[in-house]
Design a protein around this ligand. Structure first.
Ligand SMILES: [Zn+2]
Length: 334
């Protein structure tokens, strides 16, 4: 059964004239500046999974929190499939994710955007940044970065001879501290050179990196509000830096705690997180709402999924989400 709102199309229109909803409505506040939601123009939120496997409880949390925040603010909720790495994407995984979202009543607006169809756009931006002299080639090993706590030391910025083959393209980030005001976690600050290092825009294997695609697409889709897991909070300053270099608006950010298993590992395919069972949607929804600190008092256990979701929209209060990096969940969920 579909809600009156209905589900958006799964494929872009055949004429491929898909346009951003309305970039003019995107938030134009400077990073760190909070704008009361009521005083802004249209809210546009999104959920952007990688189709690397079935949705698990951890991914449901990100989908649900972004959906509830969008609907509680009378906003749109877009769906973007971050399918840039075919080697990690089992056949049918994207369709399965869409089926699961629908079984929860999480119906998106407009057509699903597939990043694999946007490679020419990413390449265009890469060329633009290169023309401005903001990128450079790097063939440093992963071990080098690992030895420096995962932070690249910008070694190739000033090399005179280009690497012979198999190089990544990095963006020269400004030597600044970048700060933003997260709607859940509060002020978050990062010194880009010492806590991040120049960011990869195109990987050594030729694939477009997440950090580039996400910034381009959030702006292209006019996204005003990003609600996602805490594991991405340390990527946010580099994404804001890239938005500023490209003169794109900066959305508002909210980072929810990440669900981890009893061993303290983030729920993920890699750590064998359990796939959500479509017949138990009401159970997972209640668990997810509890995890997100929402008020579920007085809601009967017999409540149906659509009615539970409607109540959750009415009661949504982002300030109740725990200001934590992660929260362990029981074996039934993880
Ligand atoms: Zn290098």
């Amino acid at each position: 059964m579909k809600s009156a709102k209905g589900s958006g199309a799964r494929k872009p229109p055949a004429d491929s004239t898909l346009r951003p909803l309305d970039p003019g409505t995107a938030a134009t506040a400077a990073p760190g500046m909070m704008v009361p939601l009521s005083s802004t123009s249209a809210y546009i939120g999104r959920f952007a999974p990688s189709p690397t496997g079935a949705l698990h409880f951890g991914s449901l949390l990100a989908a649900l929190a972004s959906f509830l925040d969008a609907r509680a603010n009378q906003g749109s909720w877009l769906l973007r499939m971050e399918d840039l790495d075919p080697s990690r994407e089992p056949v049918g995984a994207a369709e399965q994710i869409l089926d699961t979202l629908e079984s929860f009543g999480l119906f998106w607006d407009g057509p699903v955007v597939y990043q694999s169809s946007r490679l020419a756009e990413y390449q265009k931006t890469l060329s633009l940044l290169a023309q401005k002299g903001l990128t450079y080639e790097c063939d440093c090993s992963r071990q080098r970065t690992r030895a420096n706590n995962g932070i690249y030391d910008n070694q190739c910025r000033h090399r005179t001879n280009p690497p012979p083959a198999d190089f990544a393209i990095r963006l020269q980030l400004p030597d600044i501290s970048l700060c933003f005001d997260d709607r859940i976690q509060g002020i978050y600050q990062q010194h880009l050179p010492s806590q991040c290092g120049d960011v990869v825009l195109r990987r050594r294997d030729g694939l477009i990196a997440y950090q580039l695609a996400v910034v381009i697409d959030d702006a292209w889709q006019g996204v005003t509000d990003i609600v996602r897991g805490f594991d991405l909070i340390d990527s946010t300053p580099r994404q804001i830096a890239l938005q500023q270099l490209l003169q794109l608006p900066t959305p508002r950010y909210a980072h929810i705690p990440v669900a981890c298993n009893i061993n303290g590992q983030k729920l993920s395919k890699q750590h064998f997180a359990k796939a959500l069972e479509p017949q138990n949607t009401a159970f997972y929804l209640r668990e997810a709402l509890g995890f997100l600190g929402q008020d579920i008092s007085g809601i009967s256990r017999q409540e149906s999924t659509p009615s539970l979701l409607q109540r959750a929209i009415e009661r949504w209060d982002i300030q109740r989400v725990p200001k934590l990096a992660n929260i362990p969940v029981g074996q039934q969920l993880g």
